[in-house]
Design a protein around this ligand. Structure first.
Ligand code: HEC
Length: 274
């Protein structure tokens, strides 16, 4: 459901959203376990090798087991390997995505990227690097590359995204919300049938009172899903017309037209809502 009517003043912005926090702790815990227990051996068989050969990603036919597609993501070859993947990949770039997508979708996406990267590794490595032999692949890099890829956010400072959004706005939104985002002149009075008139998206309206996610959902699904009982929304959903990226671009354009202080206020509202 949309949280259009949820007050946006509560809930804290977190530098460590839940899934990222858990993933970082898990990765660190696995690393420490392997480092410490790996110093021991059982019947002359090094535990370090045991961990890497059973939980690292082994080539098909040389000790591959399906669970390795998930477990290898949590194994690291050394401290710096772990550190760079966690801090510069997962944390710095993932934070934004987990905020925008929500934790569940983010976790699924993260693990799937790791699995897909693992499958590529299984298929391509024997072709591209036959000399690599049968060493296990370890590390969150595959999952982390996925985190670096998408931009599901409306960034008013991204000139390219804004230019793309401006074109889309002219075609899809301007007829109702006004070429200059001014809305309909008497937008505060309702129509005879009780529906609202298209409000401004400029700072004179209240678009900027809402977090990005709410604006996105409102544009994608239209006003009806978020409406209180009895309210008939006149805002159409664009989910069938625009891709998610196009909706974010349109919102980036709208945000770029707000004066700096308004933009800053909305940014705070957005952060608090996450
Ligand atoms: C057919 C007219 C129409 C078109 C086209 C239209 N809107 Fe709307 N929009 C409305 C109306 C009417 C509302 C007032 C709320 C309601 O009725 O649900 C609204 C409300 C909104 C809101 C909520 C604003 C707030 O302050 O709470 C957003 C966001 C929005 N529109 C974005 C867009 C975007 C982005 C586009 C173009 C992709 C667009 N709209 C195209 C009619 C339209």
């Amino acid at each position: 459901m949309s949280n259009y009517y949820r007050p946006s003043m509560f809930g804290g912005f977190s530098f460590f959203p839940p899934v990222i926090k858990i993933l970082m702790m898990l990765n660190a815990a696995v690393f420490l376990t392997v480092e410490i227990l790996g110093r021991f051996s059982l019947d002359g068989y090094s535990l370090y090798q045991f961990f890497n050969y059973y939980f690292g990603l082994m080539p098909i036919g040389y000790g591959f087991y399906p669970w390795q597609l998930v477990t290898y993501q949590f194994m690291h070859a050394g401290f710096w390997h772990l550190f760079f993947n966690m801090v510069f990949g997962l944390w710095m770039f993932g934070m934004e995505i987990e905020h925008v997508w929500g934790s569940r979708k983010f976790l699924f996406y993260y693990l799937m990227c790791g699995v897909v990267a693992g499958l590529f590794q299984l298929v391509l490595a024997p072709i591209l690097e036959p000399s690599q032999g049968i060493a296990p692949t370890v590390g969150a890099s595959g999952a982390v590359y996925g985190v670096l890829a998408p931009k599901d956010a409306a960034d008013p400072d991204d000139a390219k995204q804004v230019a793309r959004g401006e074109k889309l706005y002219r075609v899809h939104c301007a007829s109702c919300h006004g070429v200059n985002l001014e809305g309909q002149a008497d937008w505060r009075t309702r129509n005879a049938d009780g529906t609202l008139k298209p409000p401004p998206h400029a700072e004179t309206g209240h678009t900027w009172h809402h977090p990005d996610r709410v604006l996105f959902d409102y544009t994608k699904q239209g006003g009806q899903p978020a409406a209180p009982p009895g309210f008939k929304s006149a805002m159409p959903g664009f989910g069938g017309t625009l891709s998610d990226g196009e909706i974010w671009a349109t919102l980036a354009f709208i945000k770029s037209r707000w004066p700096k202080p308004v933009r800053e206020r909305q940014r705070q509202i957005d952060e608090r809502s996450r």
